[in-house]
Design a protein around this ligand. Structure first.
Ligand SMILES: Cc1cc2nc3c(=O)[nH]c(=O)nc-3n(C[C@H](O)[C@H](O)[C@H](O)COP(=O)(O)OP(=O)(O)OC[C@H]3O[C@@H](n4cnc5c(N)ncnc54)[C@H](O)[C@@H]3O)c2cc1C
Length: 401
């Protein structure tokens, strides 16, 4: 019997495998991954410093343990080179492997900025546990003492989380972003101002409305030059400017792609018996051809459950629901549901302050609530805001953000 093959052993690959095994314990299942194949929770990568967690502590199950748990074959450090959707094979070097059904769960790649200077090649990204291990080793070099100077490019969700985490662990953090406020692409200005104040009061230096134009080596340090003409020394530069779905295998195989690998309501790509899920996928989100990249855990859980049913013979639509993203900035805990891109034009944020709390609701051009952000967040306020999604703006609205 030909196996179900999953390429990728991140949250998406393992979620599909787990959900599949709840429905079908026998069909041969093979996972292939370029990495070590152990299970870890990727969101931990940006809040593990303050908890002094080593990379090995984040891997809760080895590839062997996962293989036993899933009754699957896991081929670690095995990058897949190509897919032939006509012959229904994948190739690893010279070796071909047949599949009955194939799931692409290959994730996303960090976006690399083009920066001048002989230190630009020192810029790191942390998108996998192995990157985190390298980053930790660098931060811990004796020459940095107890407090390394870390410069983070990008004050989006991941950049702000790393900044708060590293400063919580005693490091000296500088955060650079072209926007005038942190988290500007996801949150309302009123909330971004609150985050700015919280990060600043922690000692994080924010250099906003500018970008890094050069990084040069300077003895043991790096010299960062900004577009605004200023410059400063740092020990380490971490890039957190975003991720891009990994389309390399899909495009080489002739699958339809947009920003991600295009999938229909059931998670199928443009080729029969080939599916995609997770950070690499571009989900169909409505019956009008609307699509979205959703690089978060909650959609993976929903899609993984539906896909497992489809793979076991019951075609099942992926019914994505709004789920808040928790921004792991303990100095200013945020929950948010970002408005979908298509709702942004013509819409507006409305904000209100209730005591220490800032609540912002996004209303689209039709006056329907299509997103929110709140800080400090807690479960009750999250739930009430989630319940209000889709409701019309009240007649008497609070002040504009
Ligand atoms: C620092 C950080 C913090 C985050 N925090 C949160 C959070 O708090 N909440 C939230 O909802 N989301 C968070 N996210 C996003 C979330 O973690 C991701 O959406 C999710 O982990 C993506 O899982 P994935 O399996 O799609 O991709 P990945 O985890 O990237 O897995 C991709 C897999 O594909 C394999 N692969 C790729 N190409 C090949 C190939 N050719 N052959 C074989 N294998 C291949 C890789 O080795 C890997 O195993 C965070 C992301 C980061 C980086």
């Amino acid at each position: 019997m030909k196996p179900i093959v999953i390429i990728g052993a991140g949250m998406a690959g393992f979620t599909v495998a787990r959900e599949l095994r709840k429905l079908d314990k026998e069909t041969p299942l093979v996972l292939l991954t370029s990495d070590s194949g152990g299970f870890y929770s990727k969101p931990m990568l940006s809040n593990a410093f303050a908890q002094n967690k080593q990379a090995a502590q984040l891997v809760t199950q080895s590839a062997e343990q996962m293989a036993a748990q899933l009754n699957a074959e896991i081929r670690s450090t095995t990058p897949v080179d190509a897919i032939d959707t006509t012959k229904k094979t994948i190739t690893i070097g010279e070796v071909a492997l047949d599949y009955a059904k194939l799931v692409l769960a290959v994730g996303a790649q960090p976006i690399r900025l083009t920066i001048e200077g002989d230190g630009a090649d020192q810029v790191m990204s942390v998108n996998h546990v192995a990157d985190y291990a390298r980053f930790r080793d660098l931060v811990a070099l004796p020459k940095h003492g107890a407090s390394a100077r870390v410069t983070i490019l990008g004050a989006g969700l991941i950049g702000c989380e790393f900044a708060d985490d590293l400063s919580g662990a005693g490091h000296a953090v500088t955060l650079i972003d072209p926007s005038p406020l942190p988290l500007a692409a996801l949150a309302a200005p009123a909330l971004s101002r609150g985050l700015h104040a919280a990060l600043t009061s922690r000692g994080i230096v924010l250099k906003l409305s500018t970008t890094a134009s050069r990084i040069d080596r300077s003895g043991d340090s790096l010299q960062v030059s900004l577009a605004d003409g200023s410059s400063f020394e740092t020990d380490i530069v971490l890039s957190a400017v975003g991720l891009r779905p990994d389309l390399r295998l899909a495009q080489a195989a002739g699958l339809a792609t947009g920003r991600g690998i295009l999938i229909d309501a059931n998670g199928q790509t443009s080729a029969p018996d080939v599916y995609a899920v997770g950070d690499c996928a571009e989900y169909t989100v409505d019956g009008n051809g609307g699509t979205r990249i959703l690089p978060y855990i909650a959609p993976i859980m929903t899609a993984g459950r539906a896909l497992a049913r489809t793979l076991t013979g019951t075609p099942t639509a992926i019914e994505l629901k709004d789920a808040p993203v928790i921004v792991k900035t303990p100095s200013y805990p945020i929950a948010l549901v970002p408005p979908p891109l298509h709702a942004v034009a013509g819409g507006a944020w409305q904000s209100e302050e209730i005591g220490e709390r800032t609540i912002c609701r996004f209303y689209d051009a039709q006056g329907v609530m299509a997103g929110f952000c709140v800080a400090p967040q807690d479960a009750a306020i999250r739930a009430s805001l989630l319940a209000a999604m889709g409701s019309p703006a009240p007649a008497q609205e609070a002040s504009a953000a």
